[in-house]
Design a protein around this ligand. Structure first.
Ligand code: IMP
Ligand code: MG
Length: 181
């Protein structure tokens, strides 16, 4: 059995950082109408909080993807489980993600959307775990950098559980080999 070992990021700290990210995005996209894409399912809570703080004419879309792993990253490396509903040709796109781990998923997705003709593609991830990176991917906006622990809550799951926790917690696993994503 697994359980929450400790609270890593409290609700208050989450709210504070979401506000700061929103201000930054507002400044960077002043005068624009970006398409904000929630990467399902992990980003949905963060997405809901963030978009309500951004005072810009945003357009919404969602995508569900999985990475094929750590092979050479190309537009063919991401499996699309649910695609965008509209063409993003010529659009400014902001991908909203829960956490960047190996970096494979986001690296592949950014190149795919650029290949589809997006005018710009940026990534805003609530969490970043740079110690686990296997590619050179860097997100444009990061909420918090976290240590090499398995974290849950605020949208992030372990085996589909814990997504609705209002804070980010560190999961205590029975044995560390059970670190699955
Ligand atoms: P990657 O960057 O391609 O390795 O994939 C990142 C994805 O792995 C995220 O969208 C999460 O779904 C999942 N993931 C990675 N680390 C964690 C974690 O600590 N907790 C929960 N999910 C994680
Ligand atoms: Mg996930």
């Amino acid at each position: 059995m697994e359980r929450i070992k400790s609270v890593l990021i409290s609700q208050e700290k989450i709210a504070m950082r979401v506000e700061e990210l929103a201000r930054q995005i507002e400044l960077d996209y002043n005068g624009k109408s970006p398409v904000v894409v929630a990467i399902l399912k992990g980003a949905i809570i963060f997405y809901g909080d963030l978009v309500r703080k951004i005072n810009l004419p945003l357009r919404f879309d969602t995508m569900s993807v999985s990475s094929y792993g750590c092979g050479t990253v190309s537009s063919g490396n991401v499996k699309i489980n649910k695609d965008l509903t509209k063409d993003i040709d010529g659009e400014d796109v902001i991908l909203i993600e829960d956490i960047i781990d190996s970096g494979n998923t986001m690296k592949a997705l950014v190149s795919l959307l650029a290949h589809r003709g997006a005018k710009s593609v940026k990534v805003c991830s609530f969490l970043d775990k740079p110690s686990r990176r296997t590619t050179d991917f860097k997100a444009d906006y990061i909420g918090y950098t976290v240590p090499d622990e398995f974290v849950v809550g605020y949208g992030l799951d372990y085996d589909e559980k814990y997504r609705n926790l209002p804070y980010i917690g560190i999961l205590q696993l029975d044995n560390d080999e059970a670190k699955i994503v």
